[in-house]
Design a protein around this ligand. Structure first.
Ligand code: 4AD
Ligand code: MG
Length: 483
């Protein structure tokens, strides 16, 4: 058996007899089967001889029927493809009754396809997205391996909720209807499976830090869970996060790593997924044509990827960002929904203004006010990039991408025990619970840094899709965990 990709691309196969199998996309003129096996977005045209295939069999070549064809690959008569198959023998492996199959060869809405998520992989759009998702995932391992990072498996269940990255889902083996109670009359989690109240992780960072302070360079790549009730096109309750962490790395190194990884992944997708990108590029152009002129993006998908690959990311401080926003047209015309003033977090509308209107390229913002960032981020001193006269800042960095906003969030970590302890106290982070984390600052502490990249946000960017539910196989969002 050969893949359709090989049948179309390997010139050595032309003139030979091979077998392929896949699902019927269309059957035209009672002769031409467009067959797709998922190895490429392109179909193999399989031409049958009507005298050899009876009418009853031909009636079974309905959309999504599984068919195996054996025949000679010959130079194509038609214009659409280099080769086609002259079918000698064929077998219907699995029928697909046309009156019941929900996805027909016409344009369906993405909402409709989300409701049919179990079958949507058979469309061009979703097969392209998931092949690209593979390229990005594989590229992540490739990049970190190349850079000397160890793949590190952080736990998924945790009894600590100290990181504070988001609301958490509880993991329990107690009888939900009749849980054991303690003397205070509340649920006694000491009797639960782990002997303590446990939850699904919101981040593997704290554990990755422990490993980085011994292995030097590590990265995690795993599922992450957040029970926030945010029904946006950028949030999932279950998503995949990549968290590198490196000892002896400062904020500059962290920014270089984030930019290096992003560019490596874009280059890989441009190299390996051009067919799929071309399809998605056309799809996006058609979608943009429906929008009013002012909302259309200036560049097509492929041009945008090349542009990000070829240009350095802009690196600015939070102070710069606030100043730019205060001078901006939308601010002066009161078009921003959220306030702009030193001390408040940047909202998506502000991030997108900086990236899409002001700099027109990815932007890394550093030196955020300490108050709005996590306890483990390193406090800036005069002379540090991101230090501000206006208030205490930390060595945080957010990488903002066009069309999406934040794709990466990271920081240099606070390695000074006394500073860290004071900050935790300030922010009401329980030191007792994090005794193991604090130990790393007691024994051989060193400067270190890392970040978290949201896989789905990155895949949104490289596919040009608009909704995060379309770039993960089976999205988990508030009110929805079907399939
Ligand atoms: O900015 P976040 O919350 O950072 C952390 O969790 C740190 N512990 C990372 C680190 O320094 N090791 O999340 C990191 C990234 C975000 O930039 C975003 O891309 C993605 O994870 N993300 C989400 N993606 C989809 N759905 C959600 N609900 C997400 N929340 C965060
Ligand atoms: Mg963040």
């Amino acid at each position: 058996m050969h893949s359709i990709k090989d049948a179309l691309d390997k010139e050595s196969l032309t003139g030979t007899t091979i077998t392929v199998a896949g699902w019927v996309r269309t059957f035209r003129n009672d002769r031409f089967i467009a067959l797709n096996d998922g190895s490429t977005i392109r179909n193999l045209q399989c031409v049958i001889d009507q005298e050899k295939v009876d009418a009853a069999t031909r009636a079974r070549f309905t959309t999504s029927a599984a068919v195996q064809c054996t025949g000679e690959l010959v130079a194509s008569q038609g214009s659409g493809q280099r080769v086609e198959m002259k079918v000698g023998a064929l077998e219907v492996l699995g029928d697909s009754p046309a009156d019941q199959y929900p996805i027909q060869p016409k344009k369906h809405s993405l909402e409709f396809l989300r409701e049919n998520a179990h079958l949507r992989f058979r469309t061009n759009t979703y097969s392209a997205i998931f092949r690209i998702r593979h390229q990005v995932s594989f590229g992540i391992h490739e990049y970190f391996d190349q850079e000397g990072y160890n793949y590190f498996h952080a736990p998924i269940i945790t009894a600590s909720d100290a990181e504070g990255a988001g609301e958490m889902f509880r993991v329990s083996a107690l009888d939900a209807k009749n849980p054991p109670l303690n003397e205070q009359g509340t649920v006694d989690f000491k009797q639960d499976f782990f002997g303590a109240e446990s939850r699904l992780t919101v981040s593997g960072q704290l554990q990755a830090e422990l490993a980085a302070l011994a292995l030097g360079k590590v990265y995690t790549f795993g599922p992450t869970f957040r029970a926030e009730n945010s029904n946006t096109t950028r949030h999932l309750a279950e998503f995949w996060m990549i968290e590198p962490e490196a000892a002896f790395m400062d904020l500059k190194g962290d920014m270089d790593l984030a930019e290096g990884l992003s560019k490596h992944l874009i280059a890989r997708v441009l190299r390996n997924s051009m067919d799929d990108l071309q399809f998605l590029d056309t799809r996006l152009k058609e979608e943009e044509a429906q929008k009013p002129q002012a909302q259309r993006s200036e560049m097509g998908l492929i041009d945008r990827l090349k542009f990000v690959l070829e240009n350095p990311f802009e690196r600015i401080t939070y102070d710069d960002a606030i100043n730019i926003l205060l001078r901006s047209k939308p601010y002066q015309k009161k078009q921003f929904q959220f306030p702009v003033e030193w001390g408040v977090d940047l909202q998506s509308e502000h991030e997108r203004y900086l990236v899409e209107k002001h700099f027109k390229k990815p932007v890394i913002v550093t030196g955020y006010p300490a108050k709005i960032k996590a306890f483990y981020m390193r406090t800036n001193a005069p002379g540090d990039f991101g230090y501000s006269e206006k208030g205490k800042t930390v060595a945080a960095m957010d990488v903002l991408f066009p069309g999406i906003g934040e794709i990466i969030g990271g920081s240099q970590r606070e390695e000074r025990l006394d500073v860290l302890e004071a900050r935790m106290k300030d922010m009401n982070v329980p030191a007792e619970e994090l005794w193991w984390y604090l130990d790393t600052r007691k024994f051989g502490t060193v400067p270190h840094a890392g970040f978290g990249l949201g896989l789905e946000r990155f895949v949104l960017f490289v596919t040009g899709m608009g909704n995060i539910r379309d770039v993960i196989p089976f999205p988990r969002t508030p009110g929805s965990a079907e399939f």
